[in-house]
Design a protein around this ligand. Structure first.
Ligand SMILES: NC(=O)c1ccc[n+]([C@@H]2O[C@H](COP(=O)([O-])OP(=O)(O)OC[C@H]3O[C@@H](n4cnc5c(N)ncnc54)[C@H](OP(=O)(O)O)[C@@H]3O)[C@@H](O)[C@H]2O)c1
Length: 321
């Protein structure tokens, strides 16, 4: 089969479409013929040599895919050859075939085409596990989503609105904020010339989904409501910052942080099952939808990485096999 390989850590040009051995599904896995994969910001870090795949994972990039099951490993039940699926991966999505643990499979939602479904596993699992399972966002609460027009942000806005929360977003341009409004965001904050703490006002946000990390830590605490929950899932603004415990204590607030890729199989399977139960009906009833910036051929993976690096996209960039 062909896969995108990283010959040596570096810029987008190190991504090469190469002939490689096809994977063989182990016990409890299925083999998927990939229709499409999606580019995640983490793939850029892997390409640069800063984010190695966890032990046992494919060396090729790609944290999600869609496609068709072509073979079953030993002991697999509940799925059959020919089923159209999408899947959360630990790696290997930038390829024509990938082996997937059954706990990480989801059916292609009714009414959605198989290529588009590649946009779903990573964003739905990340948002569900952080905003709902970790931070327990409730109806009527305010959710602040940093980077509202990102792949993650576009899903967080829609899920927040679907459960009846008020959603505030930050983004770096008027066009991106307009896209967030179109998805239901109530409060639009341009982080380049507005202060999100001031814009939220004294009531603040009950839950903040943060992709910036160190640079925003202190202001995120300022922006939290009493009993607020800050959940950090990205480090685009650095990894080390000072935490003012007095401010945290005064608000009886919590700082949480998770990473999806390195979680053990049983935890991923539990998240995927919860997403199927809670998020899939919203997709199938057209209450939420994946936001796709564009679809490129797998051979253009380098171009897709350049686009994500320039941050001109809104939503997800897909690569079709
Ligand atoms: N922990 C986990 O398990 C997990 C899982 C998935 C993703 N993530 C993280 O989630 C983030 C989003 O992932 P993605 O694939 O959806 O990436 P993406 O589409 O490239 O999004 C990155 C976003 O960050 C925004 N941003 C940059 N600087 C900002 C600032 N100062 N204030 C507010 N927003 C800012 C960008 O907004 P503008 O373009 O408007 O500047 C852009 O929307 C990444 O950091 C990724 O690593 C974590």
């Amino acid at each position: 089969m062909r896969a995108i390989t990283i010959t040596t850590p570096g810029g987008p040009e190190v991504l090469e479409l190469t002939e490689v051995p096809a994977p063989v599904p182990a016990a409890g896995e299925v083999l998927v013929e990939v229709a499409a994969t999606a580019v995640n910001r983490a793939d850029l870090l892997q390409r640069q040599g800063f984010y190695d795949p966890p032990p046992g994972a494919s060396r090729y990039p790609g944290l999600e895919c869609s496609g068709r099951i072509t073979a079953l490993g030993a002991g697999v039940s509940g799925w059959g050859v020919g089923d159209e699926v999408c899947a959360l991966l630990s790696g290997g999505g930038y390829a024509e075939q990938v082996a997937v643990p059954v706990g990480q499979l989801l059916p292609v939602p009714k009414g959605l085409d198989p290529v588009t479904a590649a946009a779903l596993p990573e964003v739905t699992c990340t948002v569900w596990s952080n905003v709902f399972q970790a931070a327990h966002l409730r109806p009527g609460e305010t959710l602040l989503v940093h980077g509202g027009s990102s792949g993650i942000g576009t899903m967080a806005i829609q899920l927040g609105k679907a459960i009846g929360a008020r959603v505030a977003v930050t983004a770096g341009s008027a066009e991106k904020l307009e896209a967030c409004r179109g998805l239901g965001a109530d409060v639009l904050i341009n982080y380049r010339d507005q202060d999100f703490v001031a814009e939220l006002g004294p009531d603040g946000a009950d839950v903040i989904l943060d992709v910036i990390g160190a640079k925003y830590l202190d202001r995120n605490i300022d922006a939290l409501a009493v009993n607020g929950r800050l959940v950090i899932i990205g480090m685009q603004g650095g990894v080390q910052a000072e935490l003012n415990i007095a401010k945290l204590m005064a608000k009886r607030a919590a700082v949480l942080s998770t990473s999806l890729r390195a979680r053990p199989l049983h935890e991923k399977a539990a998240i995927v099952a919860a997403v199927r139960e809670h998020v899939w009906p919203l997709l199938e009833n057209d209450r939420i939808h994946p936001v796709i910036d564009r679809v490129l051929p797998l051979a253009d993976a380098a171009e897709a990485h350049r686009l994500i690096e320039s941050s001109t996209h809104i939503g997800k960039i897909l690569l079709h096999a």
